[in-house]
Ligand binder design. Structure first.
Ligand code: ADP
Ligand code: ZN
Length: 517
């Protein structure tokens, strides 16, 4: 049987997607492979189909027990004998699987990495006695510290090649930047692997970022014409998922919370209800979602900024797996960046902090973009694309550009007068001529004090960030970020160059969120 015939016979599909065919061919000829495909891209088929065609057993390592059962059930329905091993099974059930494995009656065996090497390699030694044809490592980025979802038990997989030197291994992930990719290849010790990177573009998802301002009201606005849609709303903290789910329920929405701190039964119940469309909205921490295969998620909202682009892209990627138009909305406050920076430096050593802070900065840059968001995301994963996607808030927006030279000059001279030693909040208060005692008396004497009183705090914040994005000024990465000039500043101050700014996209409210610095 050819791969195409098997595709039709066992999976009922007419054609391969992305690079499935090439990947499958490579495995069938005995080579190691790493495949990067977006969520919903069709990774499972890349090992399930070879499993059907190869003579022996395919061992699938996957981090999620919940997911295994679904996969195994649907394989069995398709007439492909599959089983999983996990701690929820009775000894009898496990014995039965072992018997079937011994008589070569199972084509795919799913297990978690800690099983494979648990109790002194008992299982791996047993597997050695079987004709194993292929190892598939799902969610392979879990092996890397640089990935956003490191799982220590994945490190044990580094020993697979010690035990099964000649058996091909396929590593699969929907999320790996260059560093993580390299790490996966090294840690798994793949032999001359071919790396396949599919396009990560999710053309049916529209990306939007809004400055966070009374985010619950913003959310209600967003949800107003999506009452019957299924969606995921991500929050940073466990507490806020429960609070937000309760608030949404009070507004008549069908919502439940999900986070790692909930007891097993509640988690399982909420997840099940969401998958069955009995609950429309899942308000969750990032603990929710990996391996959740729900095709009709119409939107993913981030109430807080994620820690990095990989996580953000994977989370937003859970929308629109069915290919229908879907939305990704993020409410952004610079305060989130500061909060996350605090966590990073608190929890990690210096080397790790450096990398994680860099990733955090990339994420903040994304939120403050004035150019196509899709392009930025795809470039981040080393994929090139057109300048204008036509379906992100920037490309869709009609925010006009205007000559912002005067505004820029006011801002830059304020920074200069303040000896480049103060944060964004202080510079803005100074520009606006705030009477606050926080502004030093000697600064109140300066000529620049109050030259920007006609512009609101929120607008100033936006302009200064845009000037930062264009490199006319710089906001440092310190714990207390300071606004400084750059080598591009002088030409502006001297009037040698003009600056274009974007009309502020701001929801003005009387009570502005206090700036965190
Ligand atoms: P991933 O694991 O990459 O997120 P899945 O393997 O779950 O994605 O596949 C996503 C969906 O696409 C599944 O419903 C799967 O059956 C379907 N699919 C996979 N390959 C094909 C194909 N060649 N043609 C049509 N549908 C496919
Ligand atoms: Zn765009």
């Amino acid at each position: 049987m050819t791969p195409l015939q098997a595709l039709q016979k066992y999976f009922g599909y007419n054609a391969f997607r992305h690079q499935q065919e090439a990947i499958i061919g490579q495995i069938l000829s005995g080579h190691d492979v790493m495949a990067l495909m977006p969520t919903g891209g069709g990774k499972s088929l890349c090992y399930q189909l070879p499993a059907v065609l190869m003579p022996g057993l395919t061992v699938v390592v996957s981090p999620l027990i919940a997911l295994m059962k679904d996969q195994v059930d649907s394989l069995n329905v398709n007439g492909i004998p599959a089983a999983f091993f996990n701690s929820s099974q009775t000894p009898d059930e496990q014995r039965d699987i072992i018997t079937r494995l011994k008589s070569n009656q199972i084509k795919l065996l799913y297990l978690a990495p800690e099983r494979l090497f648990g109790t002194e390699n008992k299982l791996i030694d047993f597997l050695k006695s079987l004709p194993v044809s292929l190892f598939a490592i799902d969610e392979a980025h879990c092996i890397s510290h640089w990935g956003h979802d490191f799982r220590p038990e994945y490190l044990m997989l580094a020993h697979i090649k010690d035990h099964f030197n000649k058996i091909p291994v396929i590593a699969l992930t929907a999320t790996a930047d260059k560093q993580t990719q390299k790490d996966i290849l090294e840690k798994l010790a793949l032999h001359e692997p071919t790396v396949y990177v599919s396009s990560f573009n999710r053309a049916n998802i529209t990306y939007r970022v809004l400055p966070k301002n009374k985010s619950f009201n913003q959310l209600l606005n967003f949800l107003a014409d999506r009452r019957n849609d299924s969606g995921i709303i991500y929050c940073l903290s466990r507490k806020s998922t429960e609070a937000l789910a309760a608030d949404l329920k009070a507004e008549g929405y069908s919502a439940e919370a999900y986070h790692a701190g909930l007891d097993h039964t509640t988690k399982a119940r909420n997840q099940e209800a969401f998958l069955r469309d009995e609950v429309k909205i899942m308000v969750a921490t990032i603990a929710f979602g990996m391996g959740i295969n729900k095709s009709n998620v119409r939107y993913v909202v981030h109430m807080d900024m994620p820690k990095n682009i990989e996580g953000y892209y994977q989370e937003t990627g859970r929308a629109g797996r069915d290919g229908l138009p879907s939305d990704a909305m993020l409410y952004y406050s610079p305060g989130d960046t500061i909060k996350l920076k605090g966590f990073v430096t608190l929890e990690n050593n210096e080397e790790q902090s450096r990398v994680l802070l860099e990733k955090l900065n990339d994420m903040a840059t994304y939120c403050e973009l004035h150019t196509c968001r899709r392009k930025y995301l795809l470039n981040y994963f080393d994929e090139d694309t057109a300048d204008n996607c036509g379906s992100c808030d920037i490309c869709l927006s009609e925010f006009k550009k205007f000559d912002g030279t005067l505004i820029a000059q006011k801002a830059l001279s304020a920074v200069y007068r303040l000896n480049q030693g103060f944060g964004l909040g202080y510079v803005i208060d100074f520009l606006r001529g705030s009477k606050s005692e926080k502004i030093r008396d000697e600064h109140k004497q300066l000529k620049t004090y109050g030259v920007g009183a006609d512009i609101s705090k929120a607008q100033w914040q936006r302009y200064l960030r845009e000037l930062n994005a264009h490199g006319y000024l710089q906001i440092t990465d310190d714990a207390y970020p300071v606004v400084k000039l750059t080598d591009k500043s002088e030409a502006i101050l001297k009037g040698l160059e003009k600056v274009e700014l974007t009309e502020a996209q701001i929801i003005e409210e009387k009570t502005e969120e206090a700036l965190p610095f």
